[in-house]
Design a protein. Structure first.
Lengths: 672, 318
């Protein structure tokens, strides 16, 4: 075997708390990466995985200190003072950052930023830099690279920015790449394309890759081996197959089981509890408080990394049993809520929204903005107790639709009606009863909960506003609500900042249910959460909703999450409905080409799973003025009518509608 | 991009036009008029009527506004009610003097403030930062007349290095203002440097902690280049507006400093005209200051566009 390229030995990194105690973020990490190896480091937020990746480059975030150990790249100590480290950084060892949109310098053209890397890390004469930049952009499969060089980062889409960051990393012809959540924040179809690019790069160049992510699906696609991190330690490592198929650590199997899957309508299995804060872990296994198999000895004695029963290594005393833990929730499959006879609770009719306001000149001359509406002709019916999932990628208008229903945006045309009564377009004009009846839960609880109000105050508002509760009755009800989201009464006096992300989202859910609503509108409510926390929040939301018979409009970009909850789905692209129908039908036999592409791009935490890249990798600037919204990326485009004629709605019965020019008989043939 | 610039220019012109109307209206709303103000106790009978005819005050207000505005566009601001000289000439001399004072202050102050702001930001909580930040707050909070007096006491009376007041007449050649201008420049520099330094410092700290600076570090870019090429354009953005306000403040007449040092600039001219109740001059000065503010802010907007490419293509959404 070749010599180690990246050699991390007994690395501990931490910070000093205000009280003066040492809080390790990484604890005794050993990691070796050889030329050509692809290693995935998986863990949830706070596990120390990003710190580890940056430490491999000899970089510590401000406030962190080396507590012990060494980091070497090709024999060089990366924390040695001197000029060698900057030459390795970005050259022989390059980073592909999370969120390239923020990692690219906003005031520099992308050509200049890539050329900077060439100047630093290659001996190429300056004269050929321009040509080389264009080569690199073409290599990461960006269209029209010679035009892109003069652009600024903000003029590119998220997927393009990420590719530019990859091109910049490749400029110095690195021997190893560090990837820090490189596809987090990208749309699922874009992510699939970027991952294929990374796979091909690894295969073509023999570059070593260290891929840090919370997403086991992405890691399974790119990496040959996996290390699982928990609370600053590597708790399991092995080949991708060993770790994903026969995980020998209870945390690893818990993580896999918490991932929502497309195959079956089933809630993922939550992993209760939360990881210890840095420095708070006891002498024993850090996972013991959350572990079903833990026994007294697990908590008291240090656990070493030992060979795992299924291959690889594991930091668990009970690996023999852990290997048999189930990798999915074994509860019953959910039965779709099917009550076709029921009258509609919420009805949207031809909802059309345009953001662009007419300019001063257009107002004077009475013209209208020329841009097509961002949401066009949305019609849907939500029946009592039913859950409809709205899925689509960024720009699909799904959040806009929720805001229109909630009265936060007035539509250009179209109506929202609640049990047969048309609602005023603006929330301020609606009667209190209608407000109580429709409650919104936002994506980010950090922003939707007032940081200066205690949880008690936050929950008291809907209770006093809608039910006139005061004093002891209000207190009692607030406590009851907290109990329903499984938080103790002692949370009442806390501020949002004293809660974890999952706890905050529980409070946001409790606040929505405090109004005893008929409908909850959920806007990406789990996207900001770790996967194990997400599973718990989904389970809670579903249980509450069922117990009260509340209907739900659930917006998400995550098809797995929607699969776990929704009775019916609406697939949106560029603010237009492509396909809608019972979830079971749409997920098992997607008919619209976009639905097919979307489902094909979803990754599974399985080393043998290959996503299908159907949709063309084209950047959409906005909805097209005419024809089918998906015309530019469709893999089954018929001909000119796709560009000029709005596709007809084909009714397949049972509420299954497809808007496509291709006759459904032909759509069904290929689907089966 | 061009449309954006034209838009801003148009908006600037509209703002100045509105300001001129408000100024004219305000002066009009004052009890009495320029003649009453200047003639004071003699403002009766024939003398008052003659004066009014001379200044055109006997015509309706709207006509006078149109006449005044049209004149101002051509650079003719009428005559001073006190001295009878053309206001444009009087104003021109003072404006030149104020420009000289402002120009010297900016030439010293802006590079100094930017440099110190960047240095303190990069060496956050270091000795230099602590000293300069404390000194900055001190310079900001001590009133100008106090620092001016202290400087005069030390450098003029005590050490005798520079004169403590400016003796040049408003129309004197520029050379006559030196070295008397040194102390007023020093006082103004102290005040403006502190403001800009603090803005630049905090924005450097913020930008140096940003993802793209970390990315540049991990790309192997040397620190000096990171600061210069990657961080500075973004870090200067908030400073541009503070600098613009400072320039406008300097050009609008720094009343206290000009008074203390007897400097014949716009600020002192304004005070003197107000005391003499020379309303046509006050009116013209107000219009000039309004135009200066609009022009400077316009320049700052355009500079911001140049520094931040994101704003150039940004179209107001929602």
């Amino acid at each position: 075997m070749s010599a180690a390229l990246i050699d991390i030995a007994d690395l501990s990194i931490g910070f000093t708390t205000r009280a003066g105690a040492l809080a390790p973020v990484l604890r005794h990490i050993d990691l070796t990466v050889r030329s050509g190896e692809t290693i995935g480091i998986v863990g949830e937020s706070g596990s120390g995985k990003s710190t580890l990746a940056l430490a491999a480059m000899g970089y510590l975030k401000p406030g962190l200190n080396m507590l012990g150990g060494t980091v070497r790249f090709a024999g060089q100590d990366m924390f040695a003072p001197g000029a060698i480290v900057p030459r390795i950084r970005g050259g022989r060892l390059a980073l592909i950052p999370q969120n390239a949109g923020q990692a690219l310098t906003p005031s520099m053209r992308i050509g200049a930023q890539i050329a900077e890397a060439l100047r630093l890390h290659t001996s190429l004469p300056t004269a050929v830099h321009d040509a080389r930049v264009i080569d690199l952009l073409a290599r990461v499969r960006l269209a029209a690279p010679s035009e892109l060089v003069a652009r600024y980062p903000h003029e590119l889409s998220g997927g393009q920015q990420q590719r530019v960051a990859i091109a910049m990393a490749l400029a110095g012809e690195p021997e190893a790449l560090l990837l820090d959540e490189p596809t987090t924040g990208l749309d699922v179809t874009t992510q699939a394309h970027v991952l294929e690019l990374l796979r091909d790069l690894a295969a073509d160049t023999g570059m070593a890759m260290v891929y840090v992510s919370h997403d086991l699906g992405a890691i399974a696609r790119v990496c040959a081996s996996i290390a699982v991190m928990y609370a600053g330690e590597i708790v399991a490592e092995g080949t991708a197959r060993q770790v994903l198929r026969t995980p020998a650590h209870p945390y690893a199997s818990g993580l896999i089981a918490a991932i929502p899957v497309l195959r079956a309508p089933r809630l993922p299995r939550p992993l209760e509890g939360r990881p210890p804060a840095p420095g708070a872990a006891g002498p024993g296994c850090a996972f013991a408080p959350r572990c079903a198999l833990a026994e007294a000895a697990c908590r008291t004695s240090p656990i070493g990394l030992v060979p795992a029963p299924g291959g690889g290594h594991v930091r668990c005393r009970r690996a023999e049993e852990a290997i048999h833990l189930p990798l999915r929730n074994e509860g019953p499959l959910r039965t779709p809520h099917d009550d076709n006879a029921a009258t509609s609770l919420l009805r949207l009719d031809d909802i059309t929204v345009r953001y662009a306001r007419p300019s001063l000149w257009q107002q004077i001359t009475g013209q209208h903005p020329s841009a097509p509406p961002v949401v066009d002709g949305i019609a849907l019916d939500l029946r009592p107790g039913e859950t409809i999932g709205l899925v689509g990628e960024s720009g699909s208008g799904k959040s806009t639709i929720l805001k229109t229903i909630a009265g936060l945006i007035a539509p250009l045309r179209g109506t929202t009606s609640l049990t047969g009564t048309t609602l005023a377009p603006r929330v301020a004009q609606r009667p209190v009863g209608a407000l109580r009846s429709v409650q919104l839960i936002f994506q980010n609880p950090d922003e939707s909960l007032n940081p200066r109000q205690t949880i008690a105050t936050i929950l008291a508002q809907p209770l006093s506003l809608y039910f006139g509760l005061t004093g002891a009755a209000l207190q009692a009800r607030a406590g009851e609500l907290l109990a329903q989201v499984r938080l103790g009464p002692h949370y009442l006096e806390r501020l949002p900042s004293q809660l974890s992300g999952g706890e905050k989202q529980r409070v946001a859910i409790a606040r929505a249910f405090a109004a005893d609503p008929d409908i909850v509108l959920c806007d990406e409510v789990t996207s900001a959460l770790d996967v194990s926390v997400q599973a718990a929040v989904l389970a809670l939301l579903d249980a509450l909703r069922r117990a009260r018979g509340t209907a739900c409009l659930f917006v998400s970009h995550d098809l797995g999450v929607v699969r776990a909850l929704a009775d019916r789905v609406v697939v949106l692209y560029q603010g237009r409905i492509c396909e809608t129908g019972p979830a079971e039908t749409v997920y098992t036999t997607p008919l619209h080409p976009y639905t097919e592409a979307l489902l094909g791009a979803v990754l599974e935490p399985d080393p043998d799973y290959t996503p299908r890249l159907l949709a063309a990798d084209v950047i959409e600037q906005g909805p097209p003025a005419r024809g089918c919204p998906f015309q530019n990326r469709c893999h089954r485009r018929l001909g000119p009518e796709c560009h000029t004629v709005t596709p007809p709605t084909q009714d397949l019965g049972d509420g299954h509608l497809v808007r496509c020019h291709i006759p459904f008989t032909r759509l069904t043939e290929t689907a089966l | 991009m061009l449309r954006l610039v034209i838009n801003r220019l148009l908006l600037g012109a509209i703002t100045v036009a509105l300001a001129s109307a408000i100024i004219f209206g305000a002066v009009e709303a004052l009890p009495g008029d320029a003649c009453v103000a200047v003639l004071q106790r003699d403002a009766v009978g024939q003398r008052l009527e003659n004066c009014r005819r001379e200044l055109g005050l006997d015509r309706p207000a709207l006509t006078r506004y149109a006449h005044w505005a049209a004149g101002a566009l051509r650079g003719d601001l009428g005559v001073s009610a006190g001295s009878g000289k053309p206001i444009a000439t009087l104003l021109g001399e003072r404006l030149r003097n104020t420009l000289l004072l402002a120009g010297c202050t900016l030439a010293v102050g802006i590079p100094l403030a930017l440099l110190l702001g960047v240095l303190t930001g990069l060496r956050r909580d270091g000795l230099l930062d602590v000293v300069l930040s404390t000194g900055g707050i001190l310079a900001m909070t001590v009133p100008e007349f106090v620092s001016a007096t202290v400087l005069i006491f030390v450098f003029s009376i005590g050490l005798g290095w520079v004169p403590g007041i400016v003796l040049a007449a408003p129309g004197a050649p520029i050379g006559d203002f030196f070295p008397g201008i040194v102390l007023p420049v020093a006082v103004l520099t102290m005040v403006m440097t502190a403001h800009i330094l603090r803005t630049v410092r905090s924005s450097i700290i913020e930008v140096m902690a940003s993802d793209f600076v970390r990315m540049a570090t991990l790309k192997g870019v040397r620190r000096a280049r990171i600061v210069w090429r990657h961080a500075l354009p973004s870090a200067l953005l908030p400073a541009v507006n503070v600098i613009a306000l400072t320039i406008a403040w300097l050009l609008g007449g720094v009343v206290v400093v000009e008074k203390v040092f007897n400097y014949p600039g716009l600020g002192r001219f304004m005070i003197d005209s107000i005391t003499e109740r020379d309303l046509p001059v006050v009116q013209a000065l107000a219009l000039l200051v309004a135009s200066v503010y609009v022009t400077i802010n316009l320049a700052a907007d355009l500079l911001t566009l140049a520094l931040d490419p994101r704003l150039r293509t940004h179209r107001g959404r929602g």
